[in-house]
Design a protein around this ligand. Structure first.
Ligand SMILES: [Zn+2]
Ligand SMILES: [Zn+2]
Length: 338
């Protein structure tokens, strides 16, 4: 084992598989044989905007430890692990003040020449979370489900509150069972178009699926005249769409990145003021909640298998990315197996 297959990405939407050296293990890092790696919206951003030079990608990884560098003690060769996509440092002021959730200075694998869409990945020990009792395809969902956990926590859903989930990409869909576990009353799941995502939203417990392409939110008969909580993982403009449908003291939790035009929005500040609304940002960096998410997956409180619409081998990396871009109505989560 001296060389491996690894995928590279470059703007505009180009992909290459190359035979490259297997990374060499070093102190405080471990070499992981990748079993599964999920495709994420961030990967699409790299392909469309961010990867100005050829670079490795893939950060939702499950695999097996094959070699440990000196100083790696909490996992050993043969252990199955999932990888935090970023960790906190533990020594900065934020960390020492107990706000590890705000620290992004921990070691991570984003500067590696190759990442999760490869046969092996080198990862710092801080990012290695051991798991068992799940298939690697389901285990690699831990990272994105952690993102949904953050969005739901930020929204602070209280018992019986009605929730609007706006945007039914993987994060939106995953947030539905989490909102239910938080005690949501009625869950309205809204997406511009239907297809597989709407089906999974329904299966995950949405009480009503709204296709905003056919029924704009203003035509929806919310039973309380609106919702107490909104989970928005859609375009930035969706914040403005959701805002008029928040009830008194509503909280809107948002996760999303928009490049170029459309990154600014407007909404009625008087409405915002008089209804005492709150707009909150969720950003799951560093990656947190892995042990919690692994438990939710094992207990089937989140049905990982139902989230996976496609599994493709690394050799079809380019096809998989095109599938995610071009067949939105058929795709929920696409997982690459190495
Ligand atoms: Zn991701
Ligand atoms: Zn820190």
């Amino acid at each position: 084992m001296t060389t491996m297959q690894a995928a590279f990405v470059k703007v505009p939407f180009q992909f290459e598989l190359r035979e490259v050296p297997v990374p060499e293990v070093k102190p405080d890092w471990a070499l992981i044989k990748v079993a599964a790696c999920g495709i994420c919206g961030t990967d699409m951003h790299y392909a469309n905007h961010l990867a100005t030079e050829w670079q490795g990608f893939g950060h939702e990884v499950a695999g097996t430890v094959v070699a440990c560098g000196a100083g790696v003690s909490h996992v050993k060769e043969g252990d199955t692990v999932v990888l935090e996509s970023g960790s906190y440092c533990g020594v900065c002021d934020l960390c020492r003040n107990g706000r590890v959730d705000l620290c992004n200075k921990g070691p991570n694998f984003w500067a590696n020449p190759t990442m999760g869409f490869a046969e092996y990945i080198l990862a710092p020990k801080h990012c290695l979370v051991p798991y068992s009792g799940l298939s690697p395809e389901v285990a690699c969902l831990t990272e994105p489900i952690g993102v949904a956990v953050d969005m739901v926590r930020v929204a602070d859903i209280q018992l019986g509150q009605d929730v609007l989930v706006l945007g039914l990409g993987p994060i939106g869909v995953m947030s539905i069972p989490l909102a239910r576990l938080r005690g949501a009353g009625r869950i309205y799941a809204a997406n511009r178009s239907g297809g597989k995502r709407a089906e999974v939203a329904k299966a995950f417990g949405a009480d009503e699926v709204i296709l905003t392409g056919e029924t704009p939110l203003k035509d929806v008969a919310f039973r309380k005249g609106g919702v107490e909580r909104a989970l928005v993982s859609a375009s930035v403009q969706a914040i403005s769409e959701a805002m008029p449908h928040m009830t008194y003291e509503g909280i809107l939790s948002f996760i999303g990145i928009q490049f170029g035009e459309g990154s600014s929005i407007s909404f009625d500040a008087n409405d915002f003021h008089f209804k005492k609304l709150q707009l909150r940002a969720s950003h799951a960096a560093p990656a947190l909640y892995f042990p919690l998410v692994l438990q939710l997956l094992r207990d089937k409180q989140v049905d990982g298998d139902a989230l996976i619409s496609h599994v493709l081998p690394l050799s079809q990396m380019s096809e998989a990315m095109h599938l995610v871009r071009d067949r939105r109505d058929e795709v929920v989560k696409v997982v690459i197996t190495a």
